[in-house]
Design a protein around this ligand. Sequence first.
Ligand SMILES: [Zn+2]
Length: 199
Amino acid sequence: MRLAKELASQDTSPRIMILKVARLGFPSLRTVAQPVAVDRIKSPEFQRLIDDMVETMYEYHGVGLAAPQVHLPIQLAVLEVRNHPRYPDMPPVPLTVLINPEVSILDRTTVDEFEGCLSIPELRGLVPRFKELRVKAVGRNGEPLDFTAHDFHARVIQHETDHLKGEVYLDRMPNLRQLGFLDEWQRFLLPKKTGDETN
Ligand SMILES: [Zn+2]
């Protein structure tokens, strides 16, 4: 009986929702995000928002999603890299929830890679990013996070934390000629890797 009752109550709990993604031009993408009050993190509403953002990231095959991309100018981002079709060679990054992140640069060497953004659909652009970072943030249960990230992991974090500052990858591009639509990017801009055919 008790189990049945518990199941019934779970059954009526709100379902995870796919959120609408804001596109460039929507004000939240150009707003400096506000810090999240730490006592709010454990509330059911905030936990549900995190779940919805994770599900939205999966739905649209993103490797990260920041709250301003779902119309909320607050300092919250989620990221995960795992068997991603667009980045098959990149080392996996476990699902991470970053609340109120503070990033310091450990290695100012920059690496150029093409990026896309769910808020700027269909485009890819070449963006230099710092190679290594230290990240301090609050996790989804209010716990302190403190870790270093390098290369692609560091790139994803720079992309997502830029969103929290009201910035997008286009702002980081030194050369807008390295911007193209997905199909044309694959045909003309994406550097051909040598040796792929034989491996
Ligand atoms: Zn983005």
